[in-house]
Design a protein around this ligand. Structure first.
Ligand code: ATP
Length: 425
């Protein structure tokens, strides 16, 4: 199953992939089972050894796609919406989309009146009437994004709570979305953490699959790294974001009833609050990890994730562990300090795979040259950059046993942040 993103020309471009690939042709099959060399050149410097190792993995595993990914949003979260200030009638059958589908035999348009009963307090099941009311009948004015799962709307519940309402696209449901939907709900409904997007509930009715989650108002990390709002995210804020994400993943790996592996850690799944704190979203690919007591290892029948963030060891072995998230997190750290996407297909060959390029510069003693050009090349930034890259290197080690656990990542980042703060007091 491929997520459908839109490239700059508006064409759907796959950037998320499943291996084994679906029968449909895709350049992403080049990521597949080609074994990668883990035999890095021995080095006395473990950091440099890891760098060589990871560079080898990138060479072996990644053939960048022809098209650069693909940032797309049909409308930005920054656009927000003032549609809630309107007092228009939300029951309105006058909505044009609604009008077009009025004859549909199944789904919400045929069942709106079946589910007008009130939701029981505390229930996570929403009614169709509530969803319609919250989104003003899925008003295009309230659309805040589009992802592999479907369309995301900003909504407001009866009690005034702002929510993001994720409506699965029909094609996804046809492709056996059932499992993924339930997975997302199962994972989301059991967890609660300041740095995780809270799940309020869901609706499963006819062809409709809708998830209601906390609305996070300030766009995605990827949007901030691209300065969509005109402001450059400072290195201090980037460190805070990294710490928040590390805490969120630590919680998923360690403190839930069963370990949860997110499987799709990436900058477009990290949402920012107005105070620029991070909340990790999109558990569409989350799966409950093996029960620690049973000692079983989760073996996937399909490799899922997003190009550029995917753990090569998982790709090779189909064995999913928490360390696959650690790998993706390492890629995210590189993204945070460089500002670049993990794969930048329009750049010259040696710079296309951002982590490989960054690690090479780092081991050549030229880390500062990879710092996001929008950030000042100060001593404080240079020092923090090197420490962050050192951690990133460990996270993207080719063998999972050489990667730190996420809790350790949080601790290291916390210390980097502390040292960084001290420079400014
Ligand atoms: N909880 C939320 N609060 C505010 N905006 C959100 C929320 N969830 C998603 N969005 C917006 O909707 C967009 C699409 O989100 P979604 O999670 O469906 O897809 P994605 O993660 O960007 O892509 P994919 O699903 O293909 O990985 C996001 O990029 C963001 O702009």
């Amino acid at each position: 199953m491929y997520g459908h993103r839109k490239n700059s020309s508006g064409d759907p471009t796959p950037d998320r992939f499943t291996y084994p690939p679906s029968p449909s042709p895709s350049s992403y099959s080049t990521y597949s089972s080609k074994p990668s060399s883990d035999k890095s050149t021995p080095s006395r410097n473990p950091v440099k050894a890891a760098a060589r190792s990871v560079a080898g993995v990138f060479v072996a595993c990644f053939t960048p796609p022809e098209e650069e990914d693909t940032h797309h949003k049909s409308s930005s979260a920054f656009g927000g919406s003032d549609a809630f200030s309107s007092t228009s009638d939300v029951s309105g059958a006058s909505d044009s989309t609604d009008g077009k589908r009025r004859g549909a035999p199944r789904g919400i348009y045929a069942t709106r009146n079946d589910s007008t009963h009130m939701r029981e307090p505390g229930s996570i099941k929403f009614t169709m009437a509530e969803i319609h009311k919250a989104t003003k009948n899925f008003s295009p004015a309230l659309k805040v994004g589009q992802g592999g799962f479907g369309t995301v709307y900003k909504g407001q519940l009866q009690d005034g709570t702002l929510v993001a309402i994720k409506r699965a696209k029909k094609s996804m449901y046809d492709k056996n979305l059932g499992g993924e939907f339930r997975s997302e709900i199962q994972a989301l409904s059991t967890v609660e953490h300041l740095n995780l997007v809270k799940c309020y509930g869901y609706l499963e009715q006819g062809d409709e699959r809708v998830i209601v989650v906390e609305y996070v108002p300030n766009g995605t990390l990827r949007e901030h790294l691209e300065c969509f709002n005109g402001n450059v995210l400072s290195l201090a804020s980037r460190l805070d974001v990294a710490i928040d994400v590390a805490h969120a993943i630590t919680y998923l790996h360690t403190y839930t009833d069963h370990p949860i592996i997110h499987r799709d850690i990436k900058s477009s799944n990290i949402l920012l609050t107005e105070k620029l704190r991070a909340k990790v979203a999109d558990f569409g690919f989350a799966r409950l990890a093996a029960d620690a007591e049973s000692g079983q290892t989760h073996v996937s029948t399909q490799v899922k994730g997003t190009a550029g963030y995917l753990d090569p060891e998982y790709l090779r072995t189909y064995q999913l562990t928490e360390k696959s998230d650690v790998y993706s997190f390492g890629i995210l750290l590189v993204e945070l300090v460089t500002g670049r996407r993990p794969i930048e297909a329009k750049r010259e060959l040696k710079e296309r795979v951002t982590a490989r390029w960054a690690m090479k510069k780092f081991t050549d003693g030229d880390a500062i040259s990879i710092l996001d050009p929008r950030l000042e090349k100060s001593d404080a930034n240079g020092s923090a950059l090197e420490k962050i890259l050192e951690l990133a290197l460990q996270c993207v080690a080719s063998h999972r046993q050489n990667r730190p656990i996420m809790k350790r990542c949080a601790e290291v980042l916390w210390n980097i942040r502390k040292d960084y703060n001290e420079v400014f007091v």
